[in-house]
Design a protein around this ligand. Structure first.
Ligand SMILES: [Zn+2]
Length: 384
């Protein structure tokens, strides 16, 4: 759909303004997308970790729609076949995650895992474990929530699950997501007679990474081919990874900026401005970022928490890495060199390997000899 933008009028704008007014971001409802509405949309987008462009496209629309519901305003339960969706569900999931309950992810959908986590919580606090969240359960959450928040108990639960599955890569499933494609080339830079596109470069990176991981015994799935007809939306990319039960998800992009001096690598994982974070996503992002910086010398633009669909809806450790700016002559000169792209791929393989090492057995950045990985992995597999 075409984004709703400043200057627009009509019923859609009326709805947007009503939700923003309800969230105290806007002084009054109305039917015109004026400057105050644009500021409110930007503030809303920032609070949700969305790109703050001040326009209401599909992603912002869904977030606004879900934001109508505040936690505690209605009873939540596992509805079949149409599950309850809303910001209140997400708040509940984030609270449960903070307290160490396994809800899968904070996807704002009240599914079976959320219902099970609520039932487990109810059992532990002496309530009837019916898996629905009404006034009594809300009260218990309010009383107990505060005590356990801050200790990051979800670290324990998430890293326990990874520890139990052991350090070997054999039999793991990794979904690699080359960004853009089809009608969307991503960042495009004319360079003399050549035309470099982000979509082509990241697909090349993805196929190199696929080869290296497959050699280490990993089951690999790419979200798209080299020249798809259309561009797969991020929701579908996340759904593909979920349906494959992937152990890790890596989305590959290059960045772009009007200022050619902008350069460097940055990695994103799921999280919000309130400090809620996917512990394993944050760990994978840190490993990816450090290995790439150490092995390529790209400028370190650090890791960041974002609530993008791709990171929010994936149920496994998921990262999006922007490996350099195609608009930076310096980064571009390196990215177009296949040997440099191999170094990025080695960094990614090392990061995936370290992801499955228990934290206490982790090794220094840059120390894994990726070419020897297969032998190491094979030896480990025999021991297991
Ligand atoms: Zn991109």
């Amino acid at each position: 759909m075409r984004p709703i933008r400043p200057g627009d009028r009509g019923p859609a704008v009326t709805e947007i303004r009503a939700v923003l007014t309800g969230l105290d971001l806007l002084a009054a409802p109305g039917d015109e997308f004026d400057a105050a509405t644009e500021r409110a949309v930007r503030a809303f987008q920032q609070s949700r970790g969305l790109s703050a462009d001040g326009r209401v496209g599909a992603e912002t629309w869904r977030a606004l729609d879900a934001a109508r519901w505040r936690l505690g305003a209605r009873t939540l339960y596992h509805a079949v076949p149409d599950p309850l969706i809303g910001e209140d569900v997400r708040s509940l999931q984030e609270r449960l995650l903070e307290m160490g309950y396994d809800v899968g992810g904070a996807d704002a959908v009240y599914g079976v895992r959320t219902s099970r986590a609520v039932a487990q919580f109810q059992r532990e606090v002496g309530l009837k474990p019916d898996g629905s969240c009404g006034p009594y359960t809300m009260g218990a959450l309010r009383r107990l929530g505060r005590k356990v928040v801050g200790g990051r108990p979800q670290w324990l639960r998430e890293s326990d699950a990874i520890r139990q599955s052991g350090p070997t890569l054999v039999g793991r499933t990794v979904v690699i997501d080359p960004g853009h494609g089809g009608t969307d080339p991503g960042v495009v830079v004319p360079d003399g007679t050549l035309r470099w596109t982000e979509a082509d470069l990241v697909h090349d990176l993805a196929s190199r990474l696929e080869g290296r991981l497959a050699a280490a015994g990993v089951r690999v799935q790419l979200t798209r081919g080299p020249a798809p007809r259309t561009c797969l939306p991020d929701i579908d990319r996340a759904e593909l990874a979920n349906s494959l039960g992937a152990d890790a998800f890596i989305s590959l992009h290059t960045d772009g900026h009007v200022n050619p001096a902008a350069d460097g690598v940055a990695t994103y994982h799921y999280g919000t401005d309130n400090g809620v974070t996917s512990a394993t996503g944050e760990r994978l992002a840190g490993l990816v970022q450090r290995e790439i910086v150490a092995r390529t010398g790209l400028r370190d633009c650090r890791t960041h928490a974002k609530a993008w669909d791709l990171l929010r809806l994936t149920r496994m450790p998921a990262v999006r890495v922007e490996v350099g700016y195609l608009t930076s002559p310096q980064d571009r000169a390196r990215l177009v060199d296949p040997r440099f792209r191999d170094r990025i791929v080695e960094a990614l393989v090392a990061a995936v390997q370290r992801m499955f090492f228990p934290v206490e057995r982790d090794v220094p950045t840059g120390s894994i000899d990726v070419s020897a990985l297969r032998a190491v992995v094979a030896a480990g597999a025999v021991r297991d």
